[in-house]
Design a protein. Structure first.
Length: 209
């Protein structure tokens, strides 16, 4: 990671979430005060100095967030020559990949990309989606994760299983989860699940509300 400004710090946090072996961060200005938690991570190594070409030795992925056009092009060119994945923040013409805006709720992941044409629009759309895709989507998916092996375990075939899952998604179950109405959720499950699973509703909803 070249550059540890506000954008760079967000990128570093995203990299750390993916559990890398090491993230080398270089910035001649030094880290900001809000980087203390990131720097405490053993996989993050910060060096207060300018970028050097040898920083790219053995690297799998490089992200640069600097306002130095010459430096950005140099990093991009070296990465291209060495076959290293490279992202220059907000400059798609210098990138071998772009980073979409990500929305996560539990096991649900949505990515918004404008192909690098307008990161600002991608961020706007992300904010709008976050207002709609609330935490109840994560809870709903947790419920479905519990339910899926039980339905499949009945050995009634793909067609039967697909019909069950479609009924649940089309039902008011999501609304019941959003309202944190466990009793209503259990009723909907009982109405839509095979008879063999009717007594499992309490276990399925346990801890979700």
């Amino acid at each position: 990671m070249v550059g540890a400004g506000s954008v760079g710090r967000r990128k570093i946090a995203g990299l750390v979430d993916r559990e890398p072996t090491e993230v080398l961060v270089v910035d001649p200005a030094g880290p900001g005060g809000d980087m203390d938690e990131l720097l405490s991570r053993p996989e993050v190594r910060f060096e207060k100095r300018p970028f050097r070409d040898e920083d790219l030795e053995g690297r799998f992925l490089v992200i640069a967030s600097t306002d130095n056009e010459e430096l950005n092009w140099r990093i991009s060119d070296i990465c291209r020559e060495r076959g290293i994945l490279c992202n220059i923040v907000d400059q798609p013409e210098k990138c071998s990949f772009i980073v979409p805006a990500i929305i996560r709720q539990g096991d649900l992941t949505l990515a918004v990309s404008t192909g690098g044409a307008s990161p600002a629009l991608a961020k706007k759309l992300k904010r709008e989606l976050e207002e709609y895709i609330g935490p109840h989507y994560g809870s709903f998916l947790m419920l479905m994760a519990r339910l899926r092996p039980l339905v499949i375990g009945l050995d009634k075939g793909t067609e039967h299983n697909t019909a069950v899952f479609k009924r649940l998604v089309a039902s008011d179950l999501m609304e019941a989860v959003a309202a944190r109405d466990e009793e209503r959720a259990r009723v909907i499950l009982a109405e839509n699940l095979p008879e063999e699973l009717a007594e499992e509703t309490a276990e399925l909803t346990h801890g979700l509300f």
